[in-house]
Design a protein around this ligand. Structure first.
Ligand SMILES: CC(C)(COP(=O)(O)OP(=O)(O)OC[C@H]1O[C@@H](n2cnc3c(N)ncnc32)[C@H](O)[C@@H]1OP(=O)(O)O)[C@@H](O)C(=O)NCCC(=O)NCCS
Length: 120
């Protein structure tokens, strides 16, 4: 299963803290706020969550909250997804991109893996 989403970066500029906290996890907020211009990074993460939601939805799974889909980056900068729903047994692969105005993300689900692999 696959999913995709594209967003205007301006939607994520200079909002109240509560706005970010409703959508993003603590570690996602820390990552974005460590950047000189956080908005593109927030927008890309939002796209990733929507893309993952679409992919899960296509697989018949709708019982997941936006904050249960967490994006993190490895030491090379490559993005990954951690599904924080304990019942979730899918491995998710994502790719993000952002320019001046838009951010985009693709997501792909692969078949069931063990919890250990899902939390790499
Ligand atoms: C990693 C790289 C591809 C990012 O591309 P970019 O155009 O600078 O930036 P984009 O907006 O498209 O993408 C940014 C996102 O790429 C992702 N990314 C960063 N490093 C990555 C990596 N090593 N692998 C996969 N994805 C990566 C991140 O998710 C990042 O967004 P985030 O910081 O919000 O998580 C680029 O910096 C790079 O190193 N390019 C290599 C250049 C090269 O050798 N080109 C010729 C070969 S085709």
């Amino acid at each position: 299963m696959i999913g995709v989403d594209i967003e205007n970066i301006s939607r994520f500029k200079d909002k109240e803290c509560a706005f970010y906290e409703r959508i993003f996890t603590k570690s996602e907020i820390e990552y974005c706020e460590s950047k000189r211009n956080p908005a593109p990074h927030y927008a890309a993460r939002f796209c990733a969550k929507e893309a993952v939601f679409k992919a899960l939805s296509s697989a018949g799974i709708g019982n997941i909250l936006i904050t249960q889909i967490e994006v993190y980056n490895d030491k090379n900068g490559s993005p990954h997804v951690r599904l924080l729903n304990p019942d979730m047994k899918y491995k998710v692969h994502i790719s993000l991109s952002h320019d001046k105005e838009k951010a985009i993300a693709f997501a792909m689900l692969s078949h069931e893996v063990s919890r250990e692999n899902n939390n790499v």
